[in-house]
Ligand binder design. Structure first.
Ligand code: TXA
Ligand code: MG
Length: 313
């Protein structure tokens, strides 16, 4: 049985985490599936619940930058990004310190660690109550659409995790941006845009170059966020299948009629779920999506849509 906990039951969620259980909790980006990052068995529970490949490392969540710098060595640029965007939808991949007590499963044996200070008040309160770093990937089965409500979490993971702390719908709707390297480069587009990073660092910032076939972040597999139906992107002419719109014009669901990227990001994952259901109802093997501009948050939205549309593994 998976308990659904209300915000005033946060102490129960913290106690379960301290006991080594897996508990899903809200962040401002998406719901995370948390476990005590210092407990091997607890972290193994995340991989089991999600069917996540063991080579894919986890982001560790802490309540403030000071706690993060106990686990990793920040570069001057990392400090600047953290200063500007923590708490918030930013993860930093940095050299792991020695003797942190973290489970090796968290880093998948890499010498680096991804850390994040979330902004959601329930997440911060939970992290403070747990008093230990909490590893948390998005709370969805590996390869599927990320959850932005507690109901999304229980739909897929009920019976596989101890509890979900219900904090309502997530504000940002897309996962955190991941930056890493020295100089800092973007490893995964997300809630903090390249423009935001350029302002914080006072220099142009780029997406990290791929080295051969290695994905930038090991979890950035081509097929991800996959609904059951196939997806056709950048469609301007309606076909006889359900259509996901952006901007004015006919659509079965619209990410943002006024073509606002922030609004589109917030509802993207819920819309993908609903489009999947519409396609199934209509007996369509795919649905179509309007073009999304590649600027600001559009880069992250396009990244998720491209992965959702990629051929399945
Ligand atoms: O917004 C978010 O970041 C959410 C919430 C729950 O915080 N979490 C999240 O976690 O999106 P997950 O596991 O779905 O994505 C983590 C990504 C993966 O692509 C993983 O490969 C990458 O971070 N990652 C983790 N540690 C890394 C490392 N040391 N180096 C490079 N990439 C890393
Ligand atoms: Mg994920």
């Amino acid at each position: 049985m998976t308990q659904v906990l209300s915000p005033d039951e946060i102490a129960t969620a913290a106690a379960l985490l301290r006991d080594g259980a897996c508990v899903a909790f809200p962040t401002e980006t998406v719901y995370g599936l948390g476990a005590d990052a210092t407990d091997d068995a607890a972290v193994a529970g995340i991989f089991a619940a999600k069917d996540r490949p063991r080579f894919n490392p986890l982001i560790v969540h802490v309540p403030d930058a000071k706690s993060a710098w106990r686990l990793v060595d920040p570069t001057p640029e990392a400090r600047k990004l953290a200063q500007a965007h923590w708490p918030g939808p930013l993860s930093l991949v940095l050299p792991l310190k020695a003797d942190t007590g973290l489970s090796d499963l968290v880093t998948a044996g890499l010498g680096t660690l991804a850390v994040r200070v979330p902004a959601h008040p329930l997440a911060v309160a939970l992290l403070r109550l747990v008093g230990r770093p909490v590893a948390a990937p998005s709370a969805n089965p590996s390869g599927k659409i990320s959850p932005t409500t507690a109901a999304h979490v229980t739909e897929a993971l009920a019976g596989r995790i101890a509890a979900v702390l219900d904090g309502g719908a997530c504000d940002v709707g897309l996962e955190s941006s991941i930056f890493g390297g020295n100089p800092m480069a973007l490893l995964r587009p997300g809630g903090v845009t390249l423009d935001d990073a350029e302002v914080a660092l006072g220099r142009p910032v780029t997406t990290a170059a791929h080295s051969g076939t290695q994905p930038l972040a090991p979890g950035q597999l081509a097929s991800h966020y996959a609904p059951e139906a196939a997806i056709k992107l950048d469609v301007t002419r309606r076909e006889s299948v359900p259509h996901l719109g952006f901007g004015p014009g006919p659509a079965d669901i619209n990410l943002s009629e006024r073509a606002n990227l922030t609004e589109a990001a917030t509802c993207l994952f819920a819309a993908l779920r609903d489009m999947d259901a519409l396609a199934a109802q209509a007996g369509a093997s795919y649905f179509t999506v309007s073009p999304i501009p590649s600027e600001g948050l559009g880069l992250a939205i396009r990244d998720r849509l491209t992965r959702a549309a990629a051929p399945r593994l």
